[in-house]
Design a protein around this ligand. Structure first.
Ligand code: FES
Ligand code: FE2
Length: 428
């Protein structure tokens, strides 16, 4: 995967966040300091410190990508029983705003109630199961089924039944079925298990402050698209987690701007974040810290377990963007759709900023479509054709993020994790 961070050919100048909007919020201060922390680690590596690699390679069975039974287990345990990012808070901007969420294979509608709180329901009419909300998004105070016109309020109560006398007392028990939703740090999470609970704070754990400082609540939607790929969802996800392929697969598209030998990596429970150095950062070795334009050049790739990538990039100083890549499996083990959206970080963008963001959006999509997802489809097909022969894949020390995410996925499923290879021997 390629993250196009900085417009090629544009000169950069150091930008101090204080210049951008008067006094800094606590979050903005922390964001600046945290980016400077990443910048210092990059400079240390440029000066010879070792990159953030894993201690050893790991080996994994090819069947984790190709076995239909494993796929069915993942669809249930990961995509129905784990919190998933549905959208950003600003995608549900006001009371009555709603969005449907079908990505995980369960029809859900998320609604912002009168008091601003979010609620989630199965998007299934309680009469005979018709799809209740048929527009992908909009604003409404009630939802009326197009089949026989049963009507539900935005808090899920059944409030209208034509010819009610035909249903006697049984209509009383037919409110919409709730699913858990939660809003944290500008992100909307959903768990596609009806009548269950979701402890989102426990799920995010120590990762929460890393998300909070991004102030995603201020981000404004600019554009979205779907990127389908004929590969298992984990094979697609893996292409975002290692820079080892930049110099070969992205030789002409990404390698001229960013190299992977310098890599900063952190993890918080199942979540993690990786940063690769831009070539322009080599100049930092000769400059005092005040000259580093870390706010622009540091492009963080956050992995929000299990399937969402949040990239914080900039097209030029002070003109950042956030991109979400949410990967969802199809019904078959070799089908994935990536839902990609891009946002302006601090409110509605100017026409110029929108054009810059759309250019970054198009550049990334081109690289994903013509490079990452071609190699993913071919690679997955290869594994699917040989998996019965005990085929394996290896995650190198530099592919530390892949090691971590496959261990985290295996832990949720209670399946065998990838095995560490020590002195050439795979641990049992
Ligand atoms: S199925 Fe919705 S009103 Fe009949
Ligand atoms: Fe890539």
């Amino acid at each position: 995967m390629a993250m196009v961070s900085v417009e090629p050919g544009r000169p950069h100048r150091s930008v101090n966040l204080w210049e951008l909007g008067g006094s800094m919020t606590d979050h903005a201060t922390r964001l600046h300091q945290s980016k400077m922390g990443t910048a210092r680690r990059i400079v240390a590596q440029l000066r010879g410190a070792p990159p953030d690699w894993a201690p050893n390679p790991m080996i994994n069975a090819a069947t984790v990508y190709t076995d239909p039974a494993r796929h069915a287990l993942e669809r249930r345990k990961i995509f129905r029983e784990t919190p998933l990012v549905a959208c950003l808070s600003s995608d549900l901007p006001e009371p009555g705003s709603y969005r449907t969420f079908d990505e995980a294979g369960v029809p859900v509608v998320i609604v912002r109630g009168k008091g601003g709180e979010l609620k989630g329901f199965l998007n299934v009419c309680r009469h005979r199961g018709a799809r209740l909300v048929r527009d992908a998004q909009g604003k409404a105070s009630r939802f009326s089924c197009w089949f026989h016109a049963w009507t539900f309020s935005s808090d899920g109560a059944l409030v209208g039944v034509p010819q009610r006398e035909g249903f006697e007392a049984c209509a009383k028990e037919r409110n919409l079925v709730p699913v858990p939703v939660a809003e944290r740090h500008g992100l909307v999470f959903v768990k596609c298990s009806p009548n269950s609970t979701m402890d989102i704070d426990a799920f995010l754990g120590d990762f929460a402050p890393e998300l909070a400082m991004l102030e995603l609540g201020k981000a404004q939607f600019v554009k979205s698209e779907l990127l389908p790929v004929a590969a298992n969802w984990k094979y697609a996800l893996d292409t975002y987690g290692e820079g080892y392929h930049f110099a070969s697969l992205h030789r002409q598209t990404l390698a001229p701007y960013r190299h992977a030998e310098v890599q900063v990596y952190d993890r918080w429970g199942p979540h993690h974040r990786i940063t690769w150095a831009a070539h322009a950062m080599s100049e930092w070795m000769k400059q005092p810290e005040q000259e580093w334009d870390a706010d622009t050049l540091i492009g963080w790739v956050h992995f929000i377990f299990p399937n969402t990538i949040l990239y914080t990039g900039s097209v030029k100083p002070g003109k950042g963007y956030y991109t979400t890549f949410r990967h969802f499996p199809g019904e078959a083990v070799g089908e994935t759709i990536t839902y990609k959206s891009i946002y302006a970080p601090f409110g509605a963008p100017s026409a110029e900023q929108r054009a810059d963001i759309e250019a970054a959006f198009a550049a990334t999509a081109h690289v994903v479509r013509t490079e990452d997802y071609i190699v993913a489809a071919e690679g997955w097909r290869s594994l699917a054709s040989v998996h019965e022969d005990g085929a394996t894949v290896i995650y190198g020390r530099q592919e530390v993020a892949l090691q971590h995410q496959h261990r985290a996925i295996a832990a949720i499923l209670d399946c065998a994790p990838p095995r560490e290879v020590v002195d050439g021997m795979a641990a049992e």
